[in-house]
Design a protein around this ligand. Structure first.
Ligand code: SF4
Length: 338
């Protein structure tokens, strides 16, 4: 595998840094990883990130890193379009915006005008806001939400910091979702309340749609590291796509996954076919006229573009029927079954 970390180090020629956090210890740490990059001081990340008339596709070819301070709301209530795994107090936070991976179907491409990557360095403020919520009820918090935090971990160290914070707050559980093959899990404290969550796709889907992401084998190797360290991992077969030969592709992926990880090390699994909100799809269809996955004639149902019910159910049931040979149905989640 081409090292995700190496490609990350090489990918930023320019770093934009907000003046407010120029001397923040985390900023200084991040900057030390990019000694050759040109540093441009800005007042507010939105001046660069939200600028009008940006060429999204060109930007992706030369993604810039923006270091900023997150202001205003830091922790958000989870969306109904996302699996909550039965957690009543489901929240997410955005330690970063955008992603070094380039999944063609990624909803962030419909959400933001910029392909640049923003990392918020003021983790202490995220901790303080989490603490306020914890005073009233338990919190289940998804960290890797409008980004994939894992490939950034060698530079940010944020997952390790969140892990240590979680250990000292017994009513907090965190989920870290990733497609990364980076083996960071020996640096994260092991706890039932810290949930490494691996999004897995068959290689034909990865090759077609999940550009710049690691292969299935590399993702499984990272998940295996987490398992060997003592974590129970979550697996996400979501989003699933109806590529040619999808039955065989998904069957082989599940067999390989279970062979490497073993069912007893898997906490739970969620499955779901591709869906995307109407607003994001409208933007993405304008932006990516040649993308087969974006231009596919999905049906619009309750504000989300998705496969027609018959196809969606057939695909999800097919995968569920394979999974129940390995793990109990109670540990398999499908969004509409909640
Ligand atoms: S890994 Fe997730 S956040 Fe990153 S591009 Fe793919 S879908 Fe988007």
């Amino acid at each position: 595998m081409k090292s995700e970390n190496l490609s990350l180090m090489n990918s930023f020629s320019h770093l934009y840094v907000e003046r407010d956090i120029l001397y923040h210890p985390r900023t200084e740490r991040f900057l030390s990883f990019f000694p050759k990059a040109e540093v441009i001081v800005i007042e507010n990340y939105k001046d660069v990130f939200d600028r009008a008339r940006q060429n999204y596709n060109m930007q992706f070819l030369s993604q810039k890193l923006i270091l900023a301070k997150k202001r205003g709301t830091l922790i958000y209530e989870g969306s109904k379009a996302c699996e909550d795994f039965g957690n009543e107090w489901f929240y997410y936070c955005t330690n970063a915006l955008n992603c070094i991976f380039n999944c063609e179907y990624c909803w962030l491409k419909g959400m933001y005008n910029s392909a640049n990557l923003v990392v918020f360095v003021n983790l202490e403020d995220f901790f303080a806001e989490t603490e306020k919520l914890l005073q009233t009820h338990p919190v289940y918090l998804c960290l890797s939400y409008e980004t994939d935090l894992v490939p950034l971990e060698n530079i940010t160290g944020m997952i390790r910091e969140w892990g240590e914070y979680t250990l000292s707050h017994p009513d907090l559980s965190i989920e870290i979702r990733t497609k990364s093959g980076l083996k960071i899990w020996d640096r994260v404290p092991v706890s039932d309340r810290i949930i490494p969550s691996f999004t897995l796709s068959p290689d034909p889907v990865i090759h077609r749609y999940e550009h710049k992401t690691p292969s299935l084998d590399d993702r499984l190797a990272a998940a295996k590291q987490a398992v060997d360290r003592g974590f129970k991992v979550r697996l996400s077969f979501d989003p699933m796509f109806s590529v040619a030969g999808w039955q065989q592709a998904y069957t082989e992926m599940i067999d390989r996954t279970m062979h490497v990880l073993h069912a007893e090390n898997i906490r739970d699994i969620n499955i779901g076919t591709f869906r995307l909100s109407k607003e994001y799809m409208r933007q993405m269809r304008k932006r990516f006229p040649d993308s087969a996955v974006v231009q596919y004639p999905y049906v619009l149902k309750e504000g989300f573009y998705q496969y027609p019910d018959g196809k969606k159910n057939m695909m999800e049931e097919y995968v569920e029927n394979i999974l129940v040979k390995y793990i109990d149905k109670s540990r398999i989640y499908r969004l509409e079954e909640q």
